[in-house]
Design a protein around this ligand. Structure first.
Ligand code: KIV
Length: 262
């Protein structure tokens, strides 16, 4: 069995200029498939609110739901590093709540690290978690939990602020940072400036790694998909075709046939 990807592996990959491949997953069967494909990092993103639960934003996702999904994903991942996402309001109230909730993702769910959204404003949390032995992946740029504050899911273009956020989360101890929805030239500048790896989503080709939402790239999510998504398969089409044939065969008395009877 290949050795487990760790924080150290990711730092080494950056220094060797090897691209880090990351992907979301939300359940055991897909976790196994993603892990077998040698994806380096599996994020149980709170995007599950939108792609699995059918919500219009990530805001309703609860801490208990994140613990549940992280646990079933962790069970399927033998090589990839498992990162659990901190949902909205699980870390914005009190530091002690944030530490307790982050700890749950490691203790109860088997994650190796957590991710939270925010730059300079969350540095105190990043420091405290890192001190407590909880590795933190930061997330700056388009931060979906701030959808109402941003006035929608908008590309973030304030270069100075983005650079400052990136520098500060690194200084606070984050082991990597997701750059979401920012112009490619700014993402490159941040990537060249930081020692920790940057993982891009809608941030161009020069980040140290890339992440996508699994249901977008496999064509399961047929709702709105952003410009940066590339669809690598059409699982919704394949599922629809299989379901159509099943319905037709049951109605037509063709299933079950002899082969599928005792
Ligand atoms: O929630 C999520 O899936 C994410 C990634 C898209 C980075 O935050």
């Amino acid at each position: 069995m290949a050795s487990k990807v760790t924080v150290t592996t990711l730092l080494q990959m950056k220094s060797k200029k090897e691209k880090i491949v990351a992907l979301t997953a939300y359940d055991y069967p897909f976790s196994r498939l993603v892990d077998e494909s040698e994806v380096d990092v599996i994020l149980i993103g709170d995007s599950l609110g939108m792609v699995v639960q059918g919500e219009s934003s990530t805001l309703p996702v609860t801490m208990d739901e994140m613990v549940y999904h992280t646990r079933i994903v962790a069970r399927g991942a033998s090589r990839a590093m498992v990162v659990g996402d901190m949902p909205f309001m699980s870390y914005q109230t009190e530091l002690s709540d944030a530490l307790f909730n982050a700890g749950r993702l490691l203790k109860e769910a088997g994650a190796a690290a957590i991710k939270l959204e925010g730059g300079a404003s969350v540095c105190g949390l990043v420091e405290a978690m890192t001190r407590a032995g909880i590795p933190v992946m930061a997330h700056i740029g388009l931060t979906p939990q701030s959808v109402h504050q941003m006035g929608g899911f908008r590309v973030q273009r304030d270069r100075d602020r983005l650079l400052e956020d990136a520098r500060q989360v690194e200084a606070a101890g984050a082991f990597s940072v997701v750059l979401e929805g920012i112009p490619a030239d700014i993402a490159k500048e941040i990537t060249d400036t930081l020692k920790i790896p940057t993982i891009g989503i809608g941030a161009g080709p020069d980040c140290d790694g890339q992440i996508l939402v699994l249901h977008d790239l496999l064509g399961i999510n047929e709702g709105h998909v952003p410009k940066f998504v590339k669809k690598y398969a059409d699982l919704a089409g394949a599922a629809r075709e299989g379901l159509r044939r099943y319905v037709k065969e049951v109605r037509g008395g063709k299933f079950p046939d002899k082969e599928h009877c005792y």
